[in-house]
Write a protein that binds this ligand. Sequence first.
Ligand code: MLT
Ligand code: ZN
Length: 471
Amino acid sequence: MTAFMPVTDKVIEDLCAIVGPHNVSVDEEKRLAYSRDEVGVQFWDRQYCADVVVFPESTEHVSRIMAYANDKVIPVTPRGAGTGLSGGAVPAFGGIIMSFEKMNRILELDLENLTVTVEPGVVTSEIQSVAMKHSLQYAGDPCSGDASFIGGNVAENAGGNKVIKYGTTGANVLGLEVVLPSGEITWFGGKRRKDVTGLDLVHLMVGSEGTLGVVTKIILKLVPLQERIVDLLVPFEKVEDAISFVPKVITEAKIVPVALEFMDRRALKIVSRYLGSSLPFDDAGAHLIIQLEGNDPEVLADEYEKVGDMCLESGALEVFVADNRNFREKLWKARKGIAEAVMAFYTKYAKEDISVPIKEVPALIKAVDEVCRKWDLEAANYGHAGDGNVHINLLAGEDRVDWHEAIEGARIDLYEVTKKLGGTLSGEHGIGLKRKKYIGMFLDEAQIRLIKGIKQVFDPKGILNPGKLVE
Ligand code: MLT
Ligand code: ZN
């Protein structure tokens, strides 16, 4: 591991000369606040605190900061809005936090090429609002989209609710302006839809957790906004019936929904308590939310009736059609609020982000039951059932003394099962600091060697977001 140089008064002075003193902060409260994300208290430690926070306003600022840090061998951790769930933006070795809140412009909406070019500090939902005014949509839809920055979504390859139809963030990224650790500015990809000239560096950058380069401009793909949306809320008595139904929407109804989410009884109870309101049949084993969209009201009605009938034949207790805004908002508020609700009521928990082939979700949920019985824990399960990405929250009671050992044991058991099912450690939250000690369970030596080699090529001095992924 690189020996980093300390951030001295002279370094602060030099940074002030690059970006202006108003864009540099050494205030302790600010440094602590900018050194945290949503991963939880284990990384809210002074050990993980930056020495200085800088707020670049342009690519040129980023380039000059990187060239300077590279020369002096000072770590730089790029940071979005702090909504991450892996400690990816937590500085493992102090140094400089580079925050993008001042690079927050939508630079171009190209209605002929159906692209939007943005800076990394734009809030994800703002891109969606701008596109919507032109009857278009940016289809990336992470649960934290009202707060997250698009740069953070790119760094973690955020998934979210529409992956089943529109793919992850990466599937919607066409081009990236990147500042390399040396300060060199380059472009990967562009507005073109096809490109096999060289390697696909765009998608090497996406999901690299800010370890290879700093993204300073992003070209995103836009798709037509469908005129009508319908959400079905479907309670099932048994969680297995709900989960087993999921693939049938595509394989039997031959419909690709926009979203196909699930939440089990405990997840719904927790969020209902948190929000002070519930959804119908809150004692059911699990609820599915199935979102369909289309331009033709009759076709859409045919589709949701077909899916609704299939749900009832597969053991659903009822099918609620949310075709008005109020009901739709209510059910999505419940679904998107679970993560926050768990954090509000529990301190002894593990939030998992397992991704398995869709067909294996029932086996995974069954295994969670067994693992919880073995370690005397409870679980709240929810997530993106339609793409196989399940957020398993392992919960220990507040009075449990050996909770740490129990959760760690359960986690390892769960990862073993996940591996056997052909699944992986993280579907969308990322590795960051939180999961790096488990990465060897999922990547073999060859993969780790290649990742380390790639890091070495991009960042030979190891100054960019050090201590993450396989380091
Ligand atoms: C979600 O799907 O709600 C988000 O990924 C957040 C989470 O589950 O922790
Ligand atoms: Zn999620």
